[in-house]
Design a protein around this ligand. Structure first.
Ligand code: RAM
Length: 882
């Protein structure tokens, strides 16, 4: 070998070695799940300082980030860096942009790399992007509507043909509506989202959506076609047959911005050059369903070359309203699980009914073929009567009915466009020919949140309870957290949302969902600081807030902070939190909140024939005082996080007075509360209302009460979420398990035993004799009592966030087995990565497997042990005698 070839070979080896090291370190540590404001490559970021997050994957234990570098530019290669930062710390969640001011409707590209504590450097992540939202002056489109008064019940169609002169390089469509819209370009839907633009406090703000539509466009002739539905904006909303709450005119606003390959630009906007007509949707309504006459379909109406006949009219332009147009901060509503029909049968009343086996929210896709004019009606119900008949009385005035009128000959698949139903069973009338199982598919429709939690145990009933909790969540997280999805209500009840929020954050990624809704909470908060019963406030309520409902203003932001480590949510909501606490102070007398209307411990246990005084009535003002304390405490917590020391001092002093007033008003000198109920003791203990020396005996009174009811709970919406937590905290784990595993009424497992597939509004929605509770208020899909899920994840599986290091930066793993459970296992996808906790008990040995994601740490406490173990990321096994 000559010198040159030796040199070359040596260089080659060095190069190989170099490659290997780079590769090896790239394998040791890499990045995933890169997001901006919780979203992957989002299109409408309004935050002037968008926040970046990433997760680290590492094969080594005890991995922490030592530093990170981010770079950002306006080209996909980031060849010209607009902003870069290199920071030595271990923060990898919601890192705020801190460069020059960002322009509106501009696409920015970014990437990140990190170095860990073992010296490994990740490769630069794949380039990600985000696009900034529109400023008000960026809108050149005009709102358009049908000419004259918008009185037709039918859905108007809007269309516009346009010519693109050159090859398209990029094209973004910005769309919103008053009402609901379904938009298409050249005959294809622009997205898989439903119920856009989503439900917000429309008088304050309407969301617009942004779609990358380059693939749908071509040089030459193109067409946009949009149909509008009434939705929440104009349709029936609320239980008093209220219509047109936000406005009487459905309208469309759309702007299509095209850039040609030569750099020149073209914008197509809604204006008076558009045409409008009517199509097959004769009526559509959130509560009542949809009527679709296929004979009125206008073949090709949203394709080019369609001949608009004289039924197509000019549109009218409307002025911009006072409402803000904002980008999306939550997930869109999309289709999810599909359910095959399990059984078609005749009920005793002779009706044809189909069972899908799961109470769900969405609709049925129906295949049918028959003579033109044949009308098929699908009615929806959650349950059958004890005789086996189709039961719809609990829907109150909501029809929940879709009607399809066939056109001649061809087989068609029908589904509604602007309505959804809550059901397990459907009744079919007018079906031509034989109805077969394969003609029906139920599809679940809900906000597109990632599933983050898994939970299972050795007890199948508990597993079914977990299933019911998560289906209660799916069915009621349809853009707004609602109480129920089926009757003429479906409203954003604040009490239900605050009770369930922390459980929700285990099951699914609700960060964006609640970020969006909290904007409505702030927007609809009343000038005096009070928070309405429902958000968006369509009940026109304009005064007092109810304890445990209005406290959503402090509880949900805090829960989101703890679950996702989102300090920004506290910053944004702080004024709202403070206004709420100040409102209570303004109506309190001598620090006692003993005024106004309150729902109290809603739907608590009360037997029918109550001669013995078994009904668990808790004094409403006593409850109110505990929530006054709780909200004040959460405000103090938020003030501490945000460094608002003056407020910390001020509200700490207030909190002391609130507690003193509580004791004076509600407790006897020996520590008895004026209402001897579970909820009374639960709230007093959960919110630290009692002096320390009286807490243990108060907990004992709670235990005595539970035992006195034969290990049954008697709590309503407000006591239930904290019941088992309080028992666990004061050392009564066995009592908590007795309640959880109780199978007879009232209990969590009673509905499970009765065949429930979702959580019920009432403990006895179906009574022991098979009859129903009062039809006025008896939903079979209501998540509030599902709040026990929080305890199940925290105590059975043992996965707990630690508020001092929120977002599961530090995790407390403290499983507490109980009664006859022999194993439990849970997973949670946190903002750092997957946490796992899984245990079994065999032969008197408790075995625990734990996984902690990179850049996080955990404190592990084994059952009945007083020793804590601190661990870093990685997988670990523990054992102890049990
Ligand atoms: C009913 C529902 C809802 C509850 C209100 C007070 O509308 O049960 O869940 O929050 O009452």
């Amino acid at each position: 070998m000559n010198r040159i070839s030796r040199m070359l070979s040596a260089m080659f080896t060095i190069a190989l070695l170099f490659l290997f090291t780079v590769n090896a370190s790239a394998q040791k540590i890499s990045l995933k799940d890169l997001t901006v404001e919780y979203l992957v490559n989002p299109f409408s970021i309004d935050n002037p300082k968008p926040r970046f997050s990433w997760k680290i994957i590492s094969t080594a234990k005890n991995t922490k980030q030592n530093n990170y570098e981010i770079r950002l530019g306006t080209s996909p290669k980031i060849d010209k860096v607009l902003w870069k930062t290199a920071v030595n710390n271990n923060q990898s969640v919601l890192i705020a942009y801190d460069g020059p001011q960002l322009s509106s409707k501009t696409k920015y590209y970014w990437q990140v790399r990190v170095k860990d504590n073992h010296g490994n450097v990740s490769a630069w992540s794949p380039v990600q992007f985000f696009q900034t939202g529109l400023k008000p002056e960026d809108w050149s489109a005009k709102w358009i509507a049908v000419e004259g008064k918008d009185t037709s019940l039918a859905s108007p169609l809007f269309r516009k043909e346009f010519n693109l002169k050159k090859e398209v390089k990029s094209a973004m469509a910005y769309i919103t509506a008053k009402g609901l819209y379904e938009a298409s370009i050249n005959g294809g839907r622009v997205s898989d989202a439903y119920f856009a633009p989503g439900w917000t406090s429309y008088k304050d703000h309407i969301q617009y959506q942004v779609y990358d539509v380059k693939q749908s466009l071509k040089k030459g002739a193109n067409v946009i076609g949009v149909s509008l539905g009434d939705g929440w904006y104009k349709g029936r909303i609320g239980f008093s047959n209220q219509k047109q709450f936000y406005g009487d005119t459905r309208a469309l606003l759309m702007q299509l911005e095209v850039e040609y390959t030569d750099g020149s630009k073209e914008t197509i906007v809604t204006d008076n050059s558009w045409k409008t007509g009517y199509g097959p949707i004769l009526t559509s309504n959130i509560y009542d369903g949809e009527t679709y006459d296929a004979r009125l379909e206008l073949s090709g109406w949203n394709n080019i070359g369609f001949k608009e006949n004289t039924n197509w009219k000019p549109v009218q332009e409307l002025a911009m309203g006072p409402e803000k147009l904002i980008g999306m901060s939550g997930p869109p509503v999309t289709k999810h699980e599909e359910f095959k029909a399990l059984k078609i049968f005749k009920t005793p009343l002779g009706e044809t009914v189909v069972d899908f086996g799961q109470n769900l929210v969405g609709w049925v896709m129906l295949k049918a073929k028959g003579a033109a004019g044949t009308k098929i009606t699908i009615s929806h119900a959650e349950v059958l009567t004890k005789e086996g008949n189709f039961y719809t009385t609990n829907l109150r005035s909501a029809k929940q009915q879709n009607n399809y009128i066939l056109k001649d000959g061809t087989e068609q698949v029908f589904e509604p466009h602007f309505s959804f139903q809550g059901f397990r069973y459907v009744k079919i009338d007018g079906y031509p020919g034989e109805l077969k199982l394969e003609n029906l598919t139920a599809v679940a429709v809900y906000s597109d949140m990632k599933t983050t939690g898994k939970f299972s145990t050795s007890n199948p009933l508990l597993n079914q309870l977990q299933h019911n909790i998560s289906w209660g969540q799916k069915g009621n997280f349809v853009d707004v957290p609602t109480d129920c999805p089926q009757r003429d209500e479906r409203l954003g009840w604040t009490g239900d949302a605050q009770a369930f929020a922390s459980t929700a954050a285990y099951n699914m990624d609700v960060s964006g969902f609640f970020t969006k809704w909290l904007k409505d909470v702030s927007a609809d908060q009343l000038p005096n600081g009070s928070v309405p019963f429902v958000i968006p406030n369509v009940l026109n309520q304009n005064d007092a807030g109810s304890a445990g409902w209005a406290d959503v203003a402090t509880i949900v932001p805090w829960d989101m902070y703890v679950s996702y480590g989102d300090k920004g949510i506290l910053e944004t909501q702080y004024e709202s939190m403070k206004k709420w606490v100040n409102y209570i102070s303004s109506v309190a007398k001598n620090n006692l909140w003993n005024t106004g209307f309150h729902f109290g411990d809603w739907l608590f246990y009360r037997p029918n024939d109550d001669n013995d005084g078994r009904a668990a009535v808790t004094d409403k003002y006593m409850i109110a005082q505990t929530f006054y304390a709780h909200s004040t405490q959460l405000l103090i917590n938020a003030a501490k996080v945000l460094g608002k020391t003056d407020d910390v001092t001020k509200y700490n002093a207030l909190l002391e007075q609130i507690k003193t007033a509580y004791i004076k008003e509600n407790m006897t000198p020996s520590g008895k509360l004026i209402s001897n109920t579970q909820t009374a003791y639960v709230l007093a203990l959960q919110f630290d209302m009692l002096p320390e020396n009286l807490r243990a005996q108060a907990a004992q009174r709670l235990v005595d009460n539970v035992r006195d009811y034969g290990n049954h709970l008697t709590t309503g919406f407000l006591g239930t979420p904290y019941l088992c937590h309080v028992l666990s905290r004061f050392g009564h784990e066995d009592v908590a398990y007795d309640l959880l595993l109780q199978e007879s009424y009232p209990s969590w497992l009673y509905p499970v035993k009765m065949g429930a597939t979702t959580i019920w509004e009432r403990w006895d929605g179906i009574k022991q004799d098979g009859s129903f509770q009062t039809a006025d208020m008896n939903s079979f899909n209501h998540y509030a009592y599902g709040a026990i899920g929080d305890w199940m994840y925290k105590n059975i599986a043992g996965i707990n966030p630690v508020s001092a290091q929120p977002g599961y930066k530090n995790i407390l793993i403290a499983p507490r087995p109980g009664r006859k459970l022999t194993n439990a296992s849970a997973e949670l996808e946190t903002v750092y990565g997957t946490v796992k906790s899984s245990w079994t008990i065999t032969g008197g040995v408790f075995k625990l497997d734990v996984t902690v994601p990179a850049n996080a740490s955990a404190t592990v406490v084994l059952p009945k042990a007083d020793k804590k173990e601190e661990i870093g990321s990685g997988s670990y096994h523990f054992e102890c005698k049990y």
